[in-house]
Write a protein that binds this ligand. Structure first.
Ligand code: PLP
Length: 376
């Protein structure tokens, strides 16, 4: 099998796998337990919190473990937006037209409750306009939620500039960094980020666990109520194995981030060159979607005119190759991608678009096999 759908999910890395094993046997204690078995698990969770916090320049007390990216996005947005602003009324928020459905559908739900949402356009590369952002700010704007990097086209948004604008206007800045965390260098202080969502299974950790960074100056209500775990903000017995596995995956990636990024960029550029320059086949003219430089190291999103992406994905599947037509989260739906529409692709072009997302474990040989399978 050749796996090139790492934006959908990643295999659990060896370090994370091994670190998790004891929690399925001897280390089974409840971290709230008042005895050694539980206390050890509590200590392991706190170590994991430190690892995650230091990877983004945060403090341990600013990291809250959740069930993944979707919960983190829902929590950050719902809890910030549901209360009225005293003396002003219903709050307003700004997001973009290319957010993941975890953000998009949360905003749609909030609109049903009367919250005002502005959806910013993006340019042909998928970048928001900072001027448009500035002009969208109103006196009741409480939140800006813009993704760090897009899950389909890989474009990295101008996060530090957005943070500066948000901070200047005293608006909370949340970013969905599910595709970016542990893939590119992130520092919440340098970029003025107040809340950041991440998900373990996108960087070599297990599924069903993630975190929300909440700056200690931001006070948001819990989304999930119960026994008061996670400093009273996110109840439920902790997923100890998942949290420890996520932290190990994070440690591995952060310690090796520069070499991982270099390797992925090299493979990515090699594939883009072959597919888009298309020297081997003059009949088909592929085009790259997303920004040529401001993009995730492993992301390739290309349109191949005349090819049906879904059929191509199925053909490749029969050859043991895993890639995606659009994002995995929308692959089950029949509608074409809102992201490709937002960057100006027609429905026909969108339906001829595939996404290849590489990891540092892919080889040059694998890329050659996949290029051949796509083009011939
Ligand atoms: N946000 C983005 C940008 C994503 O790519 C994904 C998953 O694909 C999510 C949120 C949802 O994360 P999770 O699968 O952990 O719920």
């Amino acid at each position: 099998m050749i796996y090139m759908d790492n934006a959908a999910t990643t295999p659990v890395c060896k370090n994370a796998y091994e670190a998790m094993l004891p929690y399925f046997s001897t280390k089974f204690g409840n971290p709230s337990g008042a005895y050694e078995l539980g206390r050890k698990c509590r200590k392991d969770i706190e170590n994991a919190r430190e690892t995650i916090a230091s990877s983004i320049g945060a403090r341990p007390g600013e990291i809250y473990f959740t069930s993944g990216g979707t919960e983190s996005d829902n929590w950050a947005i719902m809890s910030t937006m549901l209360n009225e602003i005293p003396g002003i009324g219903v709050p307003h928020m700004i997001t973009s037209k290319i957010e993941h459905s975890a953000v998009m559908n949360t905003c749609k739900q909030l609109e049903k409750y009367g919250v005002e949402v502005t959806y910013l356009d993006v340019d042909e590369y998928g970048l928001i306009s900072l001027n448009q952002l500035k002009s969208a700010i109103k006196k009741n704007t409480r939140l800006i939620s813009i993704m760090y990097a897009n899950n389909e086209i890989g474009t990295i948004e101008p996060i530090t500039e957005i943070g500066r604008i948000a901070n200047y206007h005293n608006i909370i800045f949340h970013t969905d960094a599910v595709q970016a965390f542990a893939h590119v260098n992130i520092n919440v202080n340098r970029s003025g980020i107040d809340m950041l969502s991440a998900s373990s299974h996108k960087f070599g950790g297990p599924k069903g666990v993630g975190f929300l960074y909440i700056r200690n100056t931001v006070d948001i209500e819990p989304l999930i109520f119960g026994g008061g775990q996670e400093m009273g903000k996110r109840s439920g017995t902790e997923n100890v194995a998942g949290i420890v596995g996520m932290a190990e995956a994070c440690r591995y990636r952060i310690n090796n981030l520069n070499s991982i990024m270099n390797r992925e960029v090299q493979l990515r550029n090699y594939m883009i060159d072959k597919l888009v320059a298309n020297k081997n086949n003059r009949e088909i003219r592929c085009s790259l979607n997303g920004h040529p430089v401001k993009r995730l190291p492993g992301n390739i999103n290309i349109t191949i005119p005349g090819k049906n992406a879904k059929k191509l994905v199925e053909e490749l599947n029969r050859k043991g190759i895993c890639i995606s037509a659009g994002s995995a989260c929308s692959a089950m739906k029949d509608s074409s991608s809102h992201v490709l529409k937002a960057i100006g692709l027609s429905k026909e072009m969108a339906e001829s678009t595939i996404r290849i997302t590489l990891s540092e474990n892919n080889t040059r040989e694998e890329t050659d096999i996949v290029i051949k399978a796509i083009m011939f």
